[in-house]
Design a protein around this ligand. Structure first.
Ligand code: ADP
Ligand code: MG
Length: 575
């Protein structure tokens, strides 16, 4: 083919792909614009995981009517003037690409008003063409509605993950900004329900509570303000008792901008070295402040990657501050109950994402600063004492007696843990038992899943799956792990493939641990299954033999402990 200049629509759709890969990237760009506009309130609402609608409304300075068409033009920005400005960028945006890119691949509506103008204005754009602009009566601020994302680029649509995954990514995106900007009020509505909100009162721990649950937030450790010659570090990290199965709980902000940076992740993980199980990761939100000339943010269209002028300095100060903070902690975290975080305390509805919290912790003594939580998840560390099965409650929990009181055990979580350790032990010896299907079956995947599956065939093999490519998007499944034989084979493979993440390339050992955890989740005893006393006792014995009996492979507690001491206090036998 001869060389030709691409038609404008094609060129802009390609450029758009760099900035907006998925609904969560739209959310990110629009939040950044609202922050740059000095908003104090940002409300995000989303339908169908952002495919149908992403709406971001703010009360910032707005866009003057005369400039509105420019705002959606490529490389049009109010934030930079000369190349000199590029060396010390203080706003989140500067490339003038987001609105034009989003407008090129969606149906975009922008409604905005600046202070002092008699009315606001509205602009509608479809697939990169402005179809109307008109005056409109609206309050000061900006609302951007992005409908039918990728309606004109079907190939890109196919690469979106399930609605649940896209929804999760959006919610991660919103909550991380809410943590970084506690003085701004964020609200996120998904599928017509308010799923997250922060109050905007500036209290970062309060936002953490809304994101991770009150309990985790209370235990998160605040980093002491640390200042190197060029770097200021602040933030929160989890104690070693709180951990996750992936690095997704690691969040970094550099000068107020969310960034992904492998060396910063490595610095955090190195700081936790020896304090966490293999395959487990902490939660951390690290906010770095660096003189703008020390960091280049103009590296990538999404602005999510940065380049430090002195990466070693940034790495070592981050690592040292975290390590020192962790080692300075008491070895077993003391769970002091501060009334401020109690359910029904000052925060009203503290935990939208985790509404079951109050139910799960029914006997918390409220309002007495320093009073202890009575029922507490047994924290990791140490072997289990011998437990005697007493019975089962609600076909979901085992009641057991130990030398030091009562234990309530989540049968599903406990069984997951038992299976996980057995599977990982077999896996480490390359001896995972697998069983052949009578008839191999052919399963078709989406292009995105198929390419991930293709890359991970070996990992699957080590876990007991025998899968081979069979045509473009289809795969043939011949064997699967014995643990999963009771599950429909197709469902078993899909469940595991659902755990591949395209934007993370974890070490294969991490991925394998995560997939193994998923296999065990599928294979384990469910809540609702009635167990005989002998079966209960067997599960307890198996759990006692585990290396980490107190959490399931996904990091949730397997048990809650009510000590004799706490019982006595509850019954008023002791003060
Ligand atoms: P950039 O943020 O890199 O400047 P964008 O395409 O995201 O580029 O936005 C283009 C311009 O539109 C911005 O420079 C700003 O002037 C204006 N703008 C976008 N969103 C908002 C908003 N929510 N409030 C006020 N102005 C906005
Ligand atoms: Mg922008």
């Amino acid at each position: 083919m001869p060389i030709r200049i691409l038609p404008k629509e094609v060129a802009s759709a390609i450029a758009a792909g760099e900035v907006v890969a998925r609904p969560a990237s739209v959310v990110k760009e629009l939040i950044e614009n609202a922050l740059d506009a000095g908003a104090s309130r940002i409300e995000i609402s989303v339908k169908r995981g952002g495919r149908e609608l992403v709406e971001v409304a703010d009360d910032g300075i707005g866009i003057p009517a005369a400039e509105l068409p420019l705002a959606v033009a490529r490389f049009a920005t109010s934030k930079l003037r000369t190349t000199d400005d590029l060396h010390a960028i203080s706003t989140l945006g500067f490339r003038g690409e987001a609105l034009s890119s989003i407008g090129a691949v969606s149906k975009l509506e922008l409604v905005t008003k600046v202070e002092g103008e008699p009315h606001g204005s509205r602009l509608v754009m479809e697939g990169g063409r402005i179809s109307e602009t008109q005056p409109i009566g609206v309050p000061q601020g900006t609302v951007v509605r992005v409908r039918d994302l990728f309606f004109n680029v079907p190939a890109r649509k196919e690469f979106l993950k399930s609605e649940t995954t896209e929804r999760r990514r959006i919610s991660e995106q919103v909550t991380r900004y809410a943590i970084a900007y506690p003085e701004i009020r964020f609200r996120l509505t998904q599928r017509g329900r308010l799923t997250f909100q922060s109050s905007g009162n500036g209290d970062r721990r309060e936002v953490l509570a809304a994101v991770f649950g009150v309990d985790a937030a209370r235990q998160m450790i605040s980093l002491p303000a640390a200042e190197g010659p060029q770097v200021k570090v602040e933030g929160f990290i989890s104690p070693p008792s709180i951990h996750r199965g992936s690095r997704r709980g690691l969040t970094f902000f550099v000068n107020g901008r969310w960034v992904k940076d492998a060396s910063l992740s490595a610095a955090v993980l190195q700081a936790y070295h020896g304090l966490l199980m293999v395959g487990r990761y902490p939660l951390a939100i690290i906010l770095l402040n660096i003189p703008p000339e020390e960091v280049d943010v103009n590296v990538h269209p999404t602005k999510a990657e940065v380049r430090f002028r002195q990466p070693e300095v940034v790495f070592s100060i981050t690592q040292r501050v975290i390590r020192a903070t962790l080692l300075g902690q008491a070895p077993s975290p003391v769970v002091d109950f501060d009334s401020r975080w109690s359910a029904g305390g000052r925060m009203g509805k503290p935990s939208v994402i985790n509404p079951d919290w109050a139910l799960a912790h029914p006997t918390i003594e409220e309002g007495q600063p320093g009073s202890r939580q009575v029922l507490q998840p047994a924290l990791p560390g140490g072997a289990l004492p011998l437990l005697r099965a007493v019975g089962q409650v609600g076909a979901a929990y085992l009641v057991a007696e130990g030398p030091d009181g009562l234990y309530l055990i989540d049968q599903h979580a406990a069984h997951e843990r038992v299976l996980f350790e057995a599977l990982m032990a077999a896996h480490d010896q390359g001896a995972v038992e697998s069983q052949a299907l009578l008839e191999p079956i052919t399963i078709e995947f989406t292009p995105a899943e198929a390419s991930l599956l293709e890359q991970n065939l070996e990992v699957l093999e080590r876990l007991g799956f025998d899968v081979e490519p069979f045509g473009k998007r289809a795969f043939r499944l011949r064997r699967l792990p014995v643990l999963l034989v009771r599950i429909a084979p197709e469902q078993a493979l899909r469940a595991v493939v659902g755990d591949f993440e395209e934007d993370e390339t974890p070490l294969s050992s991490e991925l394998e641990a995560r997939l193994a955890a998923r296999v065990c989740k599928r294979a384990s005893i469910k809540a609702g299954q009635v167990l005989s006393l002998a079966e209960q006792q067997q599960l307890l014995r198996d759990l006692e033999r585990c290396k980490s009996p107190r959490t399931c492979p996904h990091g949730r507690p397997t048990m809650i402990h009510l000590s004799v001491d706490a019982l006595e206090r509850q019954f008023g036998r002791r003060g």
